[in-house]
Design a protein around this ligand. Structure first.
Ligand code: SF4
Ligand code: SF4
Length: 397
């Protein structure tokens, strides 16, 4: 494992962080996580040198923090920096802070957190955090020894990012960044801005919800022509570790194979390790992806569960698969997959979401939860038109 500077703090962080948002799923309810396998792979990551573990209140409907608490028993807690997030979007009153933090510490079986983040700040939730006096709450918890450092994760635009950065002496920030998302959300300018203030930047969504692991054929050809023996995942990760402004890259790992491959990638990482030619290849691949992705869903599941049982990320992934490759076979497969989702509202199960896009009742409950600001009901209508009713993609995108 390689270790890197963490902003102004006096500890070194592993290049790779363990994200606990995409742990091995339970068989029946795929929104929830399976305990034994999850504990095993988290410990394996730590054994391979990972010392930064990230989770949050809503991940896997609360299973993630509990499972991480289990995984950090038997001496593992002291080997890592433990990081979780206050769900600002769920808070109604400032007193909620105390009960969330208390419950999270219990779930994690921990006396303190190394870092506590305000989760998913955007313009609205930042104003809410100020209004509810959350900054004072964080300060108090720090004085009481319940948290050591304070940060925020972010989903909005560059001006909002700079405003938040300038508002408070943060220890770290967590941003969505990968070779496709250099110009959206915090952007490369935001990454550099935070770094210039000695604030550690942790990167999330390095593979854009797994999409960069499976490039379209056109992009694969480009990667192969470069004659560098590297998997698509390794290309995406090395792009990030190449940058001096990135402290740690969190990967949401859901299998032993992912843990082993990502740790091996991290072993090979280094600042400035990519050549000019390699960076050019990555830019060309990013351009190909940008043309093909129709809905920028990262399958984060924040919008789930939908009250009527629509599998929102599943429907978007199915549509995105169609646009990744040309040809009737891909379209045929995607339409067949779409038909496996349930379209009879009476048979849809909101506990094990399996509904297709046509089941959406346009209640709008998912809208404010989506960090990508996707107009979910509108996009679902397009999914149903293209995959359910056989309309052309070009009529909608
Ligand atoms: S708008 Fe549609 S997809 Fe979103 S929560 Fe409501 S029913 Fe579900
Ligand atoms: S629609 Fe938005 S909230 Fe839902 S899974 Fe996709 S990116 Fe996440």
């Amino acid at each position: 494992m390689k270790y890197r500077k963490f902003g102004s703090l006096d500890w070194e962080v592993s290049a790779l962080g363990f994200g606990c948002m995409r742990l091995p799923q339970r068989r029946i309810n795929k929104l929830r996580a399976e305990t034994n396998e999850s504990v095993k792979i988290i410990r394996s990551g730590i054994d391979q040198g990972i010392n930064y573990i990230d989770t949050a209140w809503p991940y896997h409907l609360g299973d993630s923090e509990k499972i991480l608490g289990e995984a950090l028993q038997n001496g593992y807690r002291k080997k890592v920096k433990l990081v979780t997030k206050l769900p600002v979007f769920l808070l109604r009153k400032s007193e909620g802070f105390d009960s969330y933090l208390e419950t999270q510490l219990k779930r994690l079986q921990a006396d303190y957190l190394d870092i506590y983040l305000m989760h998913g700040l955007d313009k609205g939730s930042f104003e809410k955090a100020k209004r509810l006096g959350l900054f004072e709450k964080f300060e108090k918890a720090k004085k009481e020894g319940l948290i050591n450092h304070i940060g925020f994760s972010f989903h909005d635009t560059l001006p909002v990012f700079k405003e938040i950065i300038d508002y408070y002496p943060w220890d770290m920030t967590q941003i969505q960044y990968n070779y496709m998302d250099t110009g959206i959300q915090a952007t490369t300018d935001g990454l550099k801005y935070a770094h210039s203030k000695d604030i550690a930047v942790v990167v999330m969504e390095p593979l854009k919800g797994g999409k960069l692991a499976n490039p379209p054929n056109e992009a694969l050809d480009l990667l192969n022509v470069s004659e560098i023996d590297r998997t698509p995942v390794d290309w995406a990760l090395q792009f990030l570790w190449d940058k001096p402004e990135v402290a740690c890259v969190i990967s949401g790992m859901g299998s032993q194979q992912m843990v082993d491959e990502n740790c091996a990638s991290a072993d090979r990482s280094g600042i400035g390790s990519l050549s000019e030619m390699e960076n050019q290849v990555i830019q060309k691949v990013a351009d190909i992806y940008r043309e093909k992705i129709l809905v920028p869903c990262t399958t984060c599941n924040y919008c789930m569960p939908c009250p009527v049982g629509v599998d929102i990320p599943g429907n978007f992934a199915t549509l995105n698969n169609v646009s990744m490759e040309t040809g009737w076979l891909m379209t045929y497969r995607a339409r067949r997959k779409y038909n496996i989702f349930e379209k009879n509202p009476k048979k849809v199960d909101s506990e094990k979401p399996n509904g297709n896009a046509s089941v959406c009742i346009n209640c709008g409950k998912c809208l404010e939860k989506c960090p990508q600001h996707i107009q979910i009901p509108d996009e679902l209508k397009k999914v149903d038109a293209i995959l359910g009713k056989g309309k052309k993609i070009s009529d909608y995108y």
